[in-house]
Design a protein around this ligand. Structure first.
Ligand code: TA6
Length: 302
């Protein structure tokens, strides 16, 4: 087990040989490799890792807003898409536990570009974000603690914008969003997901809302579970693949064929804004578990 820190990154090595690479900028997990060196996350070969822009791939952190608020009077409206957490230099706070092998990163207003900070509630909010990254034998857990350390109540979105790696998206199925309320970003329509499993043959961009916590999204490839996505206190989950045209439109999305090898499954609190009173804390996590058995969870018993 080891934790190695360089100027820009932190590398975790588990005793079974699995590794996690985290960029301090954005506290962005760049890579999670199993003991056999299987890479579980997708990272664009054109991803900027120099702090000049948000990282295209791995696990970007979305706070205090997902997308852009549609309400011009909302305190987050002036912020750029997906907020400032992924565009800020987080502080490495060190190792917390040996097993799982865990480290923490922190972000406060002092770490955020003042111009960006001013765009949120006129810069009046005071907060502490602590991200914990925990690597175990076959799993990677990311936990976020948000504390309102200011005098003003504030509301926010949180989302782990996780880019999972897949061998070929056209062979992939995703389970357990059946009957979930869904906002389709492409159709700008809300409906309930009727498909027992989801497959991909074009651009896909849906926000599944209020998905019961026990529902585990499984990324299945050629009949085998690649990765399970477990959520704690994150009721929503975005599923996104940009497909051909959108990939071509993103300068930092390379190779252009990369849409074949990635699928974003993004646990978050994005269906509405979470209200955090002054002095209060909020905690949530995603746990990515490699492998598993296909388990179809429907609502027939509820
Ligand atoms: O999470 C899905 C999404 O909101 C898509 O609509 C697309 O915009 C994607 O995020 C990437 O956003 P970004 O700001 O990273 O280019």
């Amino acid at each position: 087990m080891s934790v190695e820190e360089t100027e820009t990154e932190v590398l975790l090595t588990h005793k079974n040989g699995s590794t996690v690479r985290i960029l301090k900028f954005g506290a962005n997990v760049l890579s999670w490799q199993l003991a056999d060196k299987t890479e579980k996350l997708w990272l664009s070969t054109a991803a900027k890792l120099d702090g000049s822009k948000a990282v295209r791939g791995g696990i970007p952190l979305v706070f205090p807003v997902f997308g852009k608020s549609k309400d011009p009077d909302h305190p987050t409206f002036p912020l750029p898409q997906h907020g400032f957490a992924r565009n800020s230099h987080w502080e490495f706070l060190g190792q917390t536990t040996e097993s799982p092998l865990a480290v923490q990163f922190g972000l406060g207003p002092e770490n955020v570009d003042p111009e960006s900070l001013k765009l949120w509630d006129k810069g009046q909010n005071d907060f502490t974000l602590i991200l914990t990254v925990a690597l175990d034998e076959e799993s990677l857990k990311t936990t976020i603690d948000v504390e309102n350390t200011g005098k003003h109540d504030f509301e926010f979105n949180w989302l782990f914008h996780t880019y999972n790696r897949v061998p070929d998206i056209t062979d992939v199925l995703v389970t357990n969003f059946t009957d979930a309320k869904c906002y389709d970003q492409l159709l700008a329509e809300e409906y309930s997901e009727k498909a027992p499993i989801i497959s991909f043959h074009e651009e896909f961009d849906r926000i599944y809302k209020d998905v019961e916590q026990h529902k585990i999204a499984q990324i299945v490839d050629k009949g085998k579970v690649l990765t399970e996505v477990h959520r704690e206190n994150l009721p929503d989950c975005v599923v996104w693949n940009p497909w051909i045209k959108k990939s071509e439109g993103m300068g930092d999305f390379e190779p252009k064929s990369g849409y074949h090898n990635m699928l974003c499954i993004e646990p978050g609190h994005v269906g509405d804004f979470y209200k955090l009173a002054s002095g209060k804390k909020w905690t949530a996590s995603q746990e990515l578990v490699s492998g598993g058995e296909i388990k179809v969870q429907t609502n027939i018993f509820s």
